[in-house]
Design a protein around this ligand. Structure first.
Ligand code: SF4
Length: 368
């Protein structure tokens, strides 16, 4: 009887998915409240395939770099940020950045550098532009995916100029595209609890809106598994969908599970999200975000075994080799920071899918 009830609850949503109709807020909530993981996953995979998805699973060979971990904001979920006076605070020079990148490039020939930082009040726009310029000069073929919307907003406030002006300077210096961090959960109630010093959601959207209109593609994210409600998760995804309808510049959605270690939440008894919740978020995101091309199962965050299952529940990207990830490691991730390409290829193949190495903009580089 319980099984029948569950099937009936999801039946109207399945009809909409099969008809290619857009799902609404109530549908999203019904999906999020369902504990029928297999049905959710199957529905999400169906939606993905109906929109043209095949067996390909994408990954990129990339390097994570950090210019500074000094941050004025103090988000309560963050284990990465430091104040300028703390012993392990760092603010690297352009030369140091280039030296680190070139050293790693000799080993792994990555095609992308992903860089996010704290909101450092002691450096200016010229500092960031110099770093980009130096990297572009040293590694002209490498795509620079740099700076979250929160960082761009922070720099624009420091400089007293618009988001567009900051982005133009960074573009001229070599910026290729932007990661999706800083979104957290858009609901003001949640932002006030977990990141009271961070800009309101409207500023995050304005940066992405501006970037898209200037031809800069971006990613989008959601940090879940802390104090947010299901309603707030769905609201978050639908706001992203609305933005994508306007500008179409999000390449992928990356759900980020909250990692409590070394944060105030750990002392308050918060725990890691469960695998069931991680998979549910992937599936619901794939169903609701009908206009965002890709959903990532970020293996650094969820671990490779769970990411393999996520590939059958709506995800079609595992991010990449990700050498030297620091943010999730600081907050207790245990999945390591690096995968060699043969291991990623094996992991994708053993999930029954076709590994495709891509560049940042999803151009196919090699089909394995
Ligand atoms: S999440 Fe970002 S903005 Fe917030 S404290 Fe950490 S580094 Fe700073």
């Amino acid at each position: 009887m319980a099984v029948l009830d569950r099937l009936e609850t999801l039946a109207p949503i399945r009809e909409k998915v099969e008809a290619g109709e857009r799902l609404d807020f109530d549908d999203g909530l019904t999906l999020m409240e369902s504990d029928d993981l297999l049905a959710l996953g199957e529905l999400a995979d169906l939606a993905r395939r109906q929109r043209g998805g095949g067996d390909e699973v994408y990954f990129v060979q990339n390097l994570n770099l950090y210019q500074t971990n000094v941050c004025r904001v103090k988000c309560k979920f963050c284990a990465f940020a430091r104040t300028n006076k703390q012993e392990d605070a760092f603010t690297g020079t352009a030369e140091e950045l280039v030296a680190e990148a070139v050293e790693q490039y000799e080993i792994s020939k990555f095609t992308e550098i992903h860089c996010v930082n704290g909101e450092n009040p002691h450096v200016d726009l010229a500092y960031y532009a110099e770093g980009l310029r130096a990297l572009k000069q040293a590694l002209p073929d490498v795509h620079l995916k740099f700076y979250t919307a929160s960082e761009i907003h922070h720099i624009s406030k420091l400089e007293g100029c618009s988001h567009a002006e900051v982005l133009q300077v960074l573009m001229d210096a070599g910026l290729g595209s932007m990661p999706g961090g800083g979104a957290e959960i858009f609901a003001p109630r949640v932002r006030a609890l977990i990141a009271p010093g961070k800009e309101p959601a409207e500023e995050w959207f304005d940066v992405h809106d501006t970037a898209h209109r200037m031809g800069i593609t971006t990613q989008c994210t959601m940090l879940y598994g802390h104090v947010e409600t299901y309603e707030e998760r769905i609201d978050h995804m639908l706001r992203l969908r609305e933005q994508q309808d306007k500008t179409g510049g999000f390449l992928s959605f990356i759900p980020l599970a909250f990692h409590p270690e070394n944060t105030v939440f750990e002392r308050r008894g918060f725990r890691f999200t469960t695998g069931a919740d991680d998979l549910k978020v992937i599936a619901v995101a794939r169903l609701l975000l009908d206009n965002v091309p890709h959903v990532k199962a970020y293996w650094i965050m969820m671990g490779l075994p769970l990411a393999q299952i996520a590939l059958h529940m709506g995800a079609d990207d595992v991010q990449g080799t990700v050498v030297r990830e620091k943010i999730f490691q600081a907050a207790g991730a245990t999945s390591g920071t690096e995968q060699k390409i043969p291991e990623l290829v094996r992991f994708i193949r053993e999930a029954g899918r076709v590994p495709v190495q891509r560049d940042t903009l999803y151009n196919e580089l090699r089909r394995w």
